[in-house]
Design a protein around this ligand. Sequence first.
Ligand code: GUN
Length: 327
Amino acid sequence: MSDSISLIRNTFSNNFSTEMLRNMGKAAEIIDGKKIAGEIKKELKRDIDKWMENNNNRAPSLVAILVGEDPASKKYVQFKMQAAKEVGITSSTIKLDSSVTENELLDLINKLNKDDKCDGILVQLPVPDHVSERRLCNAVDPKKDVDGFHINNIGKLCSNVDTFVPCTALAVIELLKRSKIETFGKNVVVCGRSKNVGLPMAMLLHSDYRNELPGMEATVTMCHRNTPPDELMYFTKRADIIVSATGVVNLIKADMVKPGACVIDVGITRIPTEDGKSKIVGDVDFEGVEKIAGHITPVPGGVGPMTVAMLMKNTFQAAKGLKAVIQ
Ligand code: GUN
């Protein structure tokens, strides 16, 4: 061990490994979600072309239902349609006024459930307050549920049964795998407990290799809005991996991160800038944390593009009549 490393270890803590201490002072490796998503889409295009050629299949198809005029939702759906085009998935968006009733939406979903030319259905969230998000998600045929939001699919995931898994959770797992971040026996903190992101994330990360899920084998701690700040810091400082999905800007700061840890930022918040415009930021104080972490995802360009790529993978699986995309 070098003198400087043993000095730091003696000064600070004996809990830091030599590898972590070597990492101190070095900028973290940036996990480029946009680039990895590009690679996945290329692989997918090749697989879809082959599947269509070999089996004389029509292209997989995806239908998005977009209710109202929320600019962020419109943008996300546009990204999804663009990605579908890139990989050879036929896609369409059904745009509806925010005054549409819940029954009208349920009728539309039923029609799409019965349509043999539609493989995957997604209802872009959020929906207006007069409509129940849960009832809509549960109306989608679980076999066409490419978002993995149907209660049967959530239940299967929580029972270690292979099924459609929400795309953001899949995106994080794929980023960890492709960046060769070890999860076996590691401490992971998931910040945020939403049913669409935090919960599926935690389920996958602690999954047992003896079941159908991918066997990530981590020790997972879930923190949320009622975790006191000093307790949050207690857990994050011991975490080998932090996944933050809260929408709280600057929640994760440098002094909360163990040297060399992998920090995955799922947050997406639009904030005003000094020039009167706006920009997208995540949950992590990127400038501070990148000096401490071993790996970090940027916002934008990290988890976001990967989530869209995983939606394309789920849609291809739906077209093939199979379930999960986890390898
Ligand atoms: N709104 C924000 N994220 C998502 C998502 O992953 N799927 C859908 N359907 N709506 C969203």
